[in-house]
Ligand binder design. Structure first.
Ligand SMILES: [Ca+2]
Ligand SMILES: [Cu+2]
Length: 350
């Protein structure tokens, strides 16, 4: 009893007590932190359409030369939470719009004062659509395959003339961060932090390349809806889908979640900064439930604040962007959707 008291009081006063120093080192010294998955069982009954993500401590990031913003690997811990098993679908989003009358940003005529650098012509409601060229193009100019299309919105993902017929179970796209946050609030949920999102995507595995393991095509099988062929003009749909797929078309990962790689990008709650991981790593120890930086910076588009996107999309391929790598990161302006960007929600345990 006394030994225990000495040990505890020694820790409280910030220096090791004699009792501690006499113990074998391994038993008492807080040595290297190991990644672990919490054992805690779900708090209460399962929520409809959601999977329990138990939380734990994990190595976050990707140790890849071509992804400097995903380096360095650093230890992060997150508490358990519930997560939508799949991306929010068109039929789910329609229920929200019917119930609330919500109008997405893409459907509103932008205020010219918010876009001082835009062309002088009258701003029009619309959104960003993947418009592939007919032939091979240089991969350093994304404007070759992205266009601002008037009238594009979640109801008309590729612009006027396109519709949701037959796409009820496809992920909703053309969703700005603001729209995703509004849906989440209505649903009594929220967007995941980037750390929660990555912990969930790893499915309980440690430092794997993909949500399912280290091999891109185990047994020759595609595990996610991504892009095959020559980007951007030739999508051979070897995985069965050109463009988005109905949610849940590919196998679940370790926590029961679908499409955490590929299909559509997903909004997270965090602001984006390429140096955020370096900041956390420099602080040392384990970052507990990190919520992202206080502000945003994107050297590729200075002056435009960005929120984090994760998971990559049906446009990701190994010779262009590889963002189905589980630790990789994306970002976008919170007022801007696109034809390969959607979201899913989470809910805290309490
Ligand atoms: Ca595909
Ligand atoms: Cu990509």
């Amino acid at each position: 009893m006394l030994a225990l008291f000495v040990l505890v009081s020694g820790y409280i006063s910030g220096r090791a007590s004699r009792a501690t120093l006499q113990k074998p080192k391994a038993a008492s010294a807080p040595t290297a932190v190991e990644p672990r998955i919490n054992a805690a069982t779900p708090p209460g009954p399962r929520l409809a359409g959601m999977a329990w993500v138990p939380g734990g401590t994990f190595w976050m990031g990707a140790a890849r030369e071509d992804m400097p913003d995903a380096r360095p690997l650093h230890l992060v811990s997150v508490d358990g939470f519930w997560m939508d098993e799949h991306e929010t679908t068109n039929e789910e989003f329609e229920r929200f719009v019917k119930a609330t009358g919500y109008v997405t940003l893409a459907e509103r005529t932008p205020d010219a004062r918010d876009y001082p650098s835009a062309p002088r012509e009258k701003p029009a409601a619309g959104s960003v659509v993947f418009t592939p060229p007919r032939q091979a193009v240089s991969l350093d100019d994304p404007y070759q395959w992205w266009s601002y299309v008037k009238g594009a919105s979640w109801r008309h993902p590729e612009g006027p003339g396109s519709s949701l017929a037959g796409r009820e179970r496809h992920p909703v796209v053309q969703i700005a961060w603001t729209d995703a946050a509004a849906y989440a609030e209505w649903a009594g949920k929220r967007l995941a932090s980037e750390a929660e999102w990555e912990f969930a995507a790893r499915g309980g595995q440690d430092r794997k390349l993909y949500t399912w393991g280290d091999q891109l095509k185990p047994g020759g099988r595609w595990m996610a809806n991504v892009f095959q062929g020559r980007f951007p003009h030739e999508d051979t749909a070897e995985d069965g889908y050109r463009g988005a797929a109905p949610v849940g078309s590919f196998p679940a990962e370790g926590f029961g979640l679908r499409d955490m790689a590929g299909n559509v990008w997903e909004w997270c709650s965090d602001w984006y900064r390429p140096d955020y991981y370096a900041t956390l790593a420099a602080a040392g120890g384990v970052a507990k439930n990190p919520q992202g930086p206080a502000d945003s910076a994107d050297p590729a588009e200075p002056g435009v604040a960005k929120r984090v996107n994760r998971g990559g999309s049906y446009l990701c391929s190994d010779h262009y962007c590889s963002r189905y790598v589980v630790g990789s990161r994306g970002r976008g302006a919170p007022d801007t959707g696109s034809s390969n960007l959607g979201f899913r929600c989470v809910k805290s345990a309490s």
